[in-house]
Design a protein around this ligand. Structure first.
Ligand code: TYM
Length: 353
């Protein structure tokens, strides 16, 4: 088993709030092994444990950078197919695309008026994406991105958000926004959401450079495994992954200065549901000539069925759209009353019937 835990009422730092899980992924390109291990696999582990799980395809976030409309539609369906193929079940989790539940955008606006420019300016993802004069050309939406993300989470009063390490700062900002709202309006309305960053692969690195995050936007396809890659491609990418000439050590600490080796051990542990120590106990003293074929077999056995199922699901886009529509109705039923109460707290007249 992995060390993933479902939230429980006792583990929850928010007395008075029912534990609820929310997370999202941008449909801005293909899904990678990083998205799978850092997010989707965790989403599946948290499903069906007695706590409501809500998983979103954040299409409104995706358009903070240019998206071709047809490509966005296809990528959103592909992401939904990825969720389903990996084991998310629409009878156990709420699955939908963000733009179908307008409460996200509405609460996002209110949070734009709560959050401060300085907070947004300090976000490392904003700084990374807009180094130097690029900030002038970035969309206003990209700057306000974390405020919409806070709305995604808080419009459900979500208490737990499973994410990879790169999203930690955004979830912490969500707490800052909740705290400022509660303070400004003298209420205890929004919970202090906890990021859930657990497991062996909260930061999966590039297969070509162990110091860089594996990313869908990396120009080199060899740097990542895509969830749409077939068995042959997965196996080839792992066998060609950058490594070093040393054998694997007995302790994980000994990998501190070997980022590529460390990454492959983490990937193995996450895919096998083992600890890193257990992986090293099995492979200590062996070189990558022995380790890589085993990792390739494991990756193919875990990922190729997902890729096959994704292509099958993609044959029936109408069925995917139906699932997303039903999910959006369920999401809306939770979000709308929370949004209405927020409008009321802020002092807005809501007299339409
Ligand atoms: P996004 O779409 O960039 O990534 C989706 C999820 O995948 C994780 N992830 C990784 N985990 C480990 N190793 C990697 N190399 C790796 N690459 C990506 C991310 O940490 C994330 O969990 N802002 C979010 C989307 C979002 C969201 C939300 C998430 C919008 N609203 C509300 C949670 C709650 C994002 O851009 O993720």
């Amino acid at each position: 088993m992995t060390d993933a835990k479902a939230p429980t009422a006792t583990a929850d730092a928010n007395p008075g709030f029912t534990p609820r899980v929310f997370s999202g992924i941008q449909p801005s390109g293909g899904l990678t092994l990083g998205n799978y291990l850092g997010a989707i696999k965790r989403f599946v582990e948290m499903q069906g444990q007695g706590v409501e799980t809500i998983y979103c395809m954040v299409d409104m976030h995706a358009i903070t950078v240019w998206q071709d409309p047809e490509a966005l539609r296809r990528q959103t369906r592909e992401l939904a197919a990825g969720y389903l193929a990996a084991g998310l079940d629409p009878t156990k989790s709420i699955l939908f695309n963000q733009s179908q539940v307008s409460a996200h955008a509405e609460l996002g606006w209110i949070f734009n008026c709560v959050a401060r420019m300085g907070w947004m300016n300090r976000m490392t993802q904003w700084k990374d994406k807009t180094s130097g004069k690029d900030a002038e050309k970035a969309s206003l939406g990209l700057f306000a991105y974390p405020s919409l993300m806070a709305a995604d989470i808080l419009v459900y009063h979500a208490t737990h958000v499973p994410v990879g390490e790169d999203q930690k700062q955004h979830v912490e900002l969500t707490r800052d926004i909740a705290a400022k709202f509660n303070h400004d309006f003298k209420v205890d309305f929004f919970p202090m959401t906890n990021p859930v960053i657990e497991g062996a692969a909260t930061r999966v690195m590039s297969l070509r450079d162990g110091t860089k995050k594996m990313s869908k936007s990396d120009p080199s396809d060899a740097a990542r495994i895509n969830l749409t890659d077939d068995a042959d491609a997965i196996s080839k990418k792992i066998k060609k992954a950058k490594t070093d000439a040393e054998p694997l050590p007995e302790s994980f600490e000994a990998l501190a200065d070997r980022p590529e080796a460390k990454n492959l051990v983490n990937i193995y542990a996450a895919l096998a549901g083992m600890t890193k120590e257990a992986v090293l106990a099995d492979f200590a003293g062996q070189g990558f000539g022995a380790f890589k074929p085993k990792l390739a077999d494991l990756a193919v056995a875990s990922l190729a069925p997902i890729s096959t199922e994704m292509s099958r699901l993609m044959q029936d886009p109408a069925e995917i759209d139906r699932i997303l529509g039903q999910g959006a109705d369920k999401a809306d039923a939770i979000a709308r009353p929370i949004l209405e109460k927020t409008y009321d707290i802020v002092g807005m007249i809501r007299s339409r019937r």
